[in-house]
Design a binder for this molecule. Structure first.
Ligand SMILES: *Cc1c(COP(=O)(O)O)cnc(C)c1O
Length: 217
């Protein structure tokens, strides 16, 4: 069933759009089903849970961290995380860079943006993001790589509202790419179970889908 859900989504999205299967709270057996169906990118929002699943499952899985990340926990995921999507401060990025040095790797990151109407308090606004990218501290970092942006639209079925918010996120992504001066900065991570088709229509190339694949939480 899980494999079929994934195939249905993959068949209807353009080939340039990456599907991250959001497996938070779901048991390892369900992730294994998704893996057996060909899925390789999984999203988790708790450090402990991601570590346990990483240890239990095949090592070619790409682990995406999508929840609020505390600086003191970066060290636990730094050796293996594929993409930290939820960078919301310079301080956090400094710690990620430091852990990247310790692990002799470059850790890929997205800047998480906050849209006024959404539920979560976490995320940057455009001014904060610009200050981060212009800072001397950021310019000296060699072991983290800003690959784009992540955002969440309001929890609404109002299509006009969703489109407005996705367009705003797209415009933030354009600024981040310009300010970072990084040609690899081209990931636009927005769109979830309820809104990913509209998100793709508005320029998303990475969707994070949980309940449509694994069922409700
Ligand atoms: C839970 C979650 C998702 C997936 O939500 P669904 O509505 O179940 O698809 C996507 N992104 C983030 C940041 C999440 O926390």
């Amino acid at each position: 069933m899980i494999g079929a859900n994934i195939h249905k989504i993959v068949e209807e999205i353009p080939p340039n759009v990456n599907l991250v299967a959001v497996s938070k709270t779901k048991p390892i057996s369900m992730l294994q089903d998704a893996y057996n169906g060909g899925q390789r990118a999984f999203g988790e929002n708790k450090v402990k849970e991601m570590i346990a699943k990483h240890e239990a499952l095949p090592k070619d899985i790409e682990w995406h961290f999508i929840g609020h990340l505390q600086s003191n926990k970066v060290k636990y995921i730094a050796p293996f995380v594929h993409l930290i999507q939820s960078v919301d401060s310079l301080k956090l990025l400094e710690v990620i860079n430091k852990e990247g040095i310790k692990n002799n790797r470059v850790i890929n990151c997205l800047l998480q943006f906050h849209i006024a109407h959404e539920e979560t308090k976490f995320g940057l606004d455009l001014i904060e993001a610009t200050l981060l990218l212009k800072s001397d501290s950021f310019k000296q970092m060699k072991n983290c790589n800003i690959r784009g942006i992540m955002g969440m639209a309001s929890f609404t079925t109002d299509e006009n509202q969703l489109r407005k918010e996705f367009r705003l996120l797209k415009s933030f992504a354009d600024v981040v790419k310009l300010e970072s001066g990084n040609s690899e900065c081209n990931i636009l991570s927005f769109g979830m179970s309820g809104d990913y088709k509209i998100a793709i229509d508005e320029g998303s190339n990475m969707i994070r889908v949980g309940s449509t694949i694994f069922g409700g939480r």
